[in-house]
Design a protein around this ligand. Structure first.
Ligand code: SAM
Length: 252
């Protein structure tokens, strides 16, 4: 699916989770000491920032099919090799990266098996290939409570649970099928704080990702019903939300 939305809207909606998640995911991936690293589906650069700190800006490449996100990442990291492109046809030579990572991307690929095969192709033998996807199946994604409210208010919701990688063991299967060895499956998670319900709700009104698009497609009255249903799921005043993603790492 396309993410042709302003990077600022994405950061308000998902960056709030994906920026802190990137630290946890990079730790899970057990990054090598040197070489070059690739961020597949980089968005505005949540994980790219961690790779830049770890490998140095000139040693990092990033790719995303969204023109606005690729431009935002390129502006943020002018010395990195940021390209416009898809995982399924990565615009890089074979075996050039010591580590190739995709944070919250496999479930948006048109052909996830092909995308993961490409991640392995561009990674040097023995290099790290890693991916993570929110646990939509288990209802532990940032959007899971939104989807519950959407279903309660409208009778239906695409809760992303049927997407590639969103269920237990699926990411591991993709890496093994792509030829990875030493495949390790696990979870990564973060806890995010909110000032109150409006702080949590407002990003859903920006039309970002499947959640925001589903809300935007409703009329004003239905949107208000979703908002009320969501509000009932939270306490008044500040609160925290814990979210979890399936994670996998392996060797090319
Ligand atoms: C949820 S965002 C994750 C962005 C970033 N990795 C992060 O953690 O904030 C999903 C990203 O996947 C990108 N994407 C969608 N389809 C893709 C594909 N086929 N190949 C690579 N990236 C894709 C989108 O443009 C978007 O930037």
């Amino acid at each position: 699916m396309t993410f042709e939305v302003p990077a600022a809207a994405y950061d308000a909606f998902m960056g709030r989770y994906s920026i802190p998640l990137a630290e946890e995911f990079a730790a899970f991936a057990v990054l090598p000491e040197g070489g070059r690293a690739l961020d597949v589906g980089c968005g505005p650069g949540a994980l790219t920032a961690v790779l830049v700190r770890r490998f140095g800006e000139t040693e990092v490449a990033a790719v995303d099919p969204s023109a606005s996100f690729a431009a935002a990442a390129a502006a943020r990291f002018p010395w990195a090799d940021v390209r416009h492109g898809h995982a399924e046809e990565l615009p890089f030579d074979d075996h050039v990266f010591a580590a190739t990572l995709a944070q919250l991307v496999v479930h948006f690929m048109t052909d996830a098996a092909a995308g993961v095969r490409e991640m392995v192709r561009v990674t040097r033998p023995g290099g790290v290939v890693a991916a993570c996807v929110w646990d939509f199946e288990g209802g532990r994604a940032p959007q899971s409570r939104f989807f519950a409210a959407l279903r309660e208010a409208t009778g239906s919701a695409d809760d992303e649970s049927d997407r590639a990688g969103a269920g237990r063991g699926q990411l591991g299967a993709f890496l093994r099928e792509a030829g990875c060895t030493d495949v390790v499956e696990g979870e990564v998670g973060i806890v995010q704080s909110f000032d109150g319900f409006d702080d949590w709700w407002q990003p859903y009104t920006l039309g970002v990702a499947p959640a925001g698009k589903q809300l935007a497609a409703l009329d004003q009255e239905a949107r208000e019903r979703v908002r009320e249903a969501a509000q009932r799921l939270f306490p008044t005043g500040p609160f925290t939300v814990g979210v979890t993603a399936w994670a996998v790492r392996g060797r090319a």
